[in-house]
Design a protein around this ligand. Structure first.
Ligand code: NHR
Ligand code: GAR
Length: 210
């Protein structure tokens, strides 16, 4: 009985590609985008994944779009829903339906730099360490329980693009890892924190570029 995964994306889809390439014990049962022209959706379609395009601009408001989105996702009976560069804030009703089986990858070391333009903001603050975070999604934007993080150095000559590329390489490592742990039943949320079963010292949940 493998873990059924629905992927949500809005753009390029490189995280989805990394997940698809990782040979995880999961079945990607659908790839859904709020942007019909997303490159990630075309890539998925070409490779034979079931794809769904729901254009959010055609809905009256966020609640109406999210209700349709939730209905579509439920029809694929997922065990896990994965946000992979999904760029729309999800309404509380949506979160209620999927909480505990909804993961996101965010391009910063949360709780630093929630929201958008994280690499620009990291450079503007002069931080020397930056990175990415996989977390369970809650109604509190970018503040859900943290599963795994990866850190990278910030270099003096970095631009938002060079820094983003260094972080992205780590995203492609830690997102498949987090999904593997979920599929293996190793993630347990207690008091708003993630416990990785079988790793009492949390050795594997902070990783650094080497
Ligand atoms: N929804 C909830 N309820 N909670 C979270 O933690 C979520 C979420 C939806 C998406 C991803 C997140 C990120 O990793 C995510 C986490 C989009 C925005 C945003 O402001 C913010 C955070 C994230 C994703 N989106 C604009 C909006 O009005 C639209 C921006 C655009 O279309 O370019 O939805 O950073
Ligand atoms: C990734 O860096 C991801 O962390 C980020 O967008 C990029 C998507 O790339 N996500 C967010 O900023 C969520 N708001 P991809 O489409 O190539 O996976």
């Amino acid at each position: 009985m493998s873990c059924r995964v629905v992927v949500l994306l809005s753009g390029r889809g490189s995280n989805f590609q990394a997940i698809a390439a990782a040979k995880l014990p999961v079945e990607i049962v659908a790839v859904v985008s709020n942007r019909p022209q997303a490159a990630g959706l075309a890539w998925a379609r070409e490779r034979g994944f079931a794809t769904v395009a729901l254009d959010h601009t055609e809905y009256a408001d966020r609640a109406a779009f999210d209700a349709r989105l939730a209905h579509e996702i439920e029809s694929h009976r997922p065990d896990l829903v994965v946000l992979a560069g999904y760029m729309r804030i999800l309404s509380p009703a949506f979160i209620d339906r999927f909480e505990g089986r909804l993961l996101n990858i965010h391009p910063s070391l949360l709780p630093m730099f929630p929201g958008l333009k994280t690499h620009e903001r990291a450079l503007a603050e002069g931080v020397k360490v930056h990175g990415c975070t996989v977390h369970f999604v809650t109604a509190d934007l970018d503040h859900g329980p943290i599963v795994i993080q990866a850190a990278v150095p910030v270099r003096a000559d970095d631009t938002p693009d060079t820094l983003a590329a260094r972080v992205l390489a780590q995203e492609h490592r830690i997102y498949p890892q987090a999904i593997r742990w979920f599929a293996e039943g190793r993630l347990e949320i207690r008091h708003g924190r993630v416990n990785l079963k079988g790793d009492p010292t949390s050795q594997s949940v902070l990783t650094t570029e080497r």
